[in-house]
Every structure is written in structure tokens, then in C-alpha cells.
Design a binder for this molecule. Structure first.
Ligand SMILES: [Zn+2]
Length: 86
């Protein structure tokens, strides 16, 4: 398993939360580990969703002229420019 730098930061952050949770009254090690695991997977899902969202946005393409994001197969900037000129 290859760890990214961001993933290590995530694990360190969760470990800190886990230690904090363990310090709470009525908490034991098993609860703290369960919370840490849940947080880890929640973050993984969140990051995965964000990545997919970025891919979907980029998937529509970028205008070769101005670099704006293409929406509905049109460049919002260049199309409005053309309309203004004509
Ligand atoms: Zn454009």
C-alpha cells in the first residue's frame, strides 16, 4: 500500500483526534479506534467524491481561445463576445 503525503497528514490528524477522544470521560480505546476508522473512511469518501467532481467539470473541456470552462458545448466568454461584436 502506497501512502500519499496527504494521506499521512490525514492519518496523523485522525490519530490526534483519537487521542483527544480517549481523553474524554467514558471513552475507551475501542470507541476511540472506531471513531478514528469511521473518520478515516468518511474522509476517503469525501476526497474521492471531490476528485470525481473535478474530473467531471474538466471533462467538458476548456476553451482553446480564452481557457474558460466549456458549459453545454459552448464557451460562455467567447460566445457572448461574438454576440456583442455582431
Ligand atoms: Zn473561450
Amino acid at each position: 500500500m502506497k501512502f500519499e503525503k496527504r494521506e499521512i497528514l490525514l492519518i496523523v490528524g485522525i490519530l490526534c483526534i483519537m487521542i483527544g477522544v480517549m481523553a474524554l470521560p467514558g471513552m475507551n480505546l475501542i470507541y476511540a479506534i472506531l471513531i478514528a476508522i469511521l473518520l478515516y473512511f468518511a474522509m476517503k469518501v469525501f476526497v474521492g467524491r471531490k476528485k470525481r467532481q473535478i474530473l467531471r467539470d474538466v471533462g467538458q473541456g476548456i476553451c482553446a481561445v480564452c481557457g474558460a470552462k466549456i458549459t453545454e458545448n459552448k464557451c460562455p466568454k467567447c460566445d457572448s463576445d461574438k454576440q456583442e461584436k455582431t
